[in-house]
Write a protein that binds this ligand. Structure first.
Ligand code: EPZ
Length: 427
């Protein structure tokens, strides 16, 4: 297993290219199932999860060809083609390693009239049920059966039928599955209390480019007029707002200044307001955003919530940064039930954090010290990297395969802005 070694204390200065968004890529890839034409996705990040999703689609009969990055973009170009659907089964051994595989359920059901997908099971941060996904598909006429750990979904004889999907709580993935099913359903579908994350808008824009009719983008009510067929398209994945926010925290905690090239301010309102409250100077620069430290870090209180509120995917990174703030911060995690596994690891580095129910009380300390720490999930891993960049001495982060799921070429990007960071591999 690889580990990352950081010698902390160096302020970061320079520019970082922000890659295509993992959580957009993972919902754009299954769109290829919705047409027999080629779908070309640009600015795809080089991430383990993107590769795993490509392998799953190959098993379903989707051909995938990859070109290198364009000179003006960081990511890869992948052309996918589902001329026909060879299989409608997403097996346990793939789904258990990548929960996002559940996002083939809606498009398979819409295109092939059936889908058998292994239940994804929980993960480190929570139970991660899929009841909202299944209820949404039932609202479009699907019959759902759960046997032997698999969901078997079957569309009516004539295909899915438009209806009203009213989510009792916001779910990004369930909104994505509902959208990808509704675009080929007969008639109109209304999706109420839809997630409004930028990745949902990216999905809707890609589906519209493929000929879908979707109204209400960026709102919590989406209206989809079903089509009999969709055609191919070429679509560029949006930049990763969570990667950008993560590097912004690294700039602040090290007392530096980073230009986040490709980052889009309009997709990060609550991340940027949190950074400003913590003391950052935010400036617009050509093609991106500049985030600079401005003296010491200030404490703040925030709660995670669905977009446009503060994203749960930034909670661990902010916690690492606020471990060095001049005062006490309160971070409340309202989305996932177990997203504080970075706390004991940060404590090994000298952070003073107490978890009371859903709230973490972060008492700022003068310094963190390097230590051997263990990554437990994707965003927790990044919080340990952020802390290591500021800690005195050497930090070794183990199990960095978690990081490789969501941060493309992390060491390379950080080395280029002055970090003393390297990857060591056991093999
Ligand atoms: C997406 O997960 C993201 N993953 C997550 O990012 C992100 O944290 C999450 O949205 C919230 O923004 C991808 O896009 C691949 P949800 P998703 O459905 O869709 C509950 C990262 O670090 N729920 O919005 O699984 C659920 O348990 C990852 O990049 C149900 O109860 O999240 C959670 O408490 C982590 N029933 C809440 O809703 C359901 O059927 C929000 O989950 C579905 C969800």
């Amino acid at each position: 297993m690889d580990r990352i070694i950081i010698k902390g204390g160096k302020p970061l200065y320079g520019g970082i290219c922000i890659s295509g968004a993992k959580n957009a890529a993972l919902t754009l890839l299954p769109c290829a199932l919705l047409t027999d034409d080629p779908l070309t996705l640009r600015n795809l990040p080089r991430l383990a999860d993107v590769d795993s999703f490509g392998h799953l689609l190959n098993q379903l009969g989707v051909s995938t060809t990859i070109e290198g990055a364009r000179p003006d973009e960081f990511g890869r170009v992948m052309t996918l083609r589902a001329s026909n659907i060879a299989s409608t089964v997403a097996p346990y051994d793939i789904v258990r390693k990548m929960r996002a595989s559940i996002l083939v359920l809606g498009p398979l059901l819409a295109r092939a009239g059936q889908a058998t997908v292994s239940l994804p099971g929980g993960c480190a941060i929570g139970m991660r049920p899929i009841d909202l996904h299944l209820k949404a598909l039932e609202a479009l006429g699907a019959e759902i059966e759960i046997t032997a750990g698999y969901v078997k979904a079957t569309a009516p004889k004539g295909g899915l039928v438009g209806g009203t999907i009213s989510f009792p709580q916001v779910s990004v993935g369930a909104t994505e599955n509902a959208l990808m099913a509704a675009v080929l359903a007969k008639g109109t579908t209304i999706i109420e209390n839809a997630a409004r994350e930028p990745e949902i808008t990216d999905l809707a824009k890609c589906l519209i480019a493929m000929g879908a009719s979707i109204e209400g983008l960026r709102t919590d009510t989406l209206t989809v007029r079903g089509k009999s067929k969709l055609h191919g398209a070429t679509y560029a994945v949006m930049p990763d707002r969570i990667e950008a926010g993560s590097y912004a925290c690294a700039a602040l905690i090290t007392g530096g200044s980073l230009e986040l090239m490709g980052a889009r301010k309009e997709t990060m309102p609550s991340i940027l307001s949190g950074l400003v409250e913590a003391g950052a100077i935010i400036e617009d620069v050509e093609g991106g955003i500049k985030v600079s430290a401005n003296g010491g870090l200030k404490p703040l209180s925030l709660s995670t919530a669905p977009y446009p509120a503060f994203p749960t995917d930034m909670q661990a990174q902010f916690m690492a940064m606020l471990a060095l703030a001049n005062g006490t911060s309160l971070l409340t995690e309202t989305i996932f039930e177990n997203r504080y596994m970075h706390v004991p690891e940060l404590a090994r580095m000298g952070a003073e954090i107490e978890v009371k129910g859903r709230t973490a009380v972060v008492r700022g300390v003068d310094k963190l010290h390097g230590a051997q720490v263990m990554a437990t999930d994707l965003r927790a891993s990044m919080s340990l990297i952020i802390a290591g960049l500021a800690a005195e001495g050497e930090t070794e982060v183990g199990r960095v395969y978690h990081l490789d799921r969501g941060y493309e070429r992390l060491e390379e990007k950080l080395q280029a802005v002055g970090a003393d960071i390297e990857r060591q591999s056991d093999g």
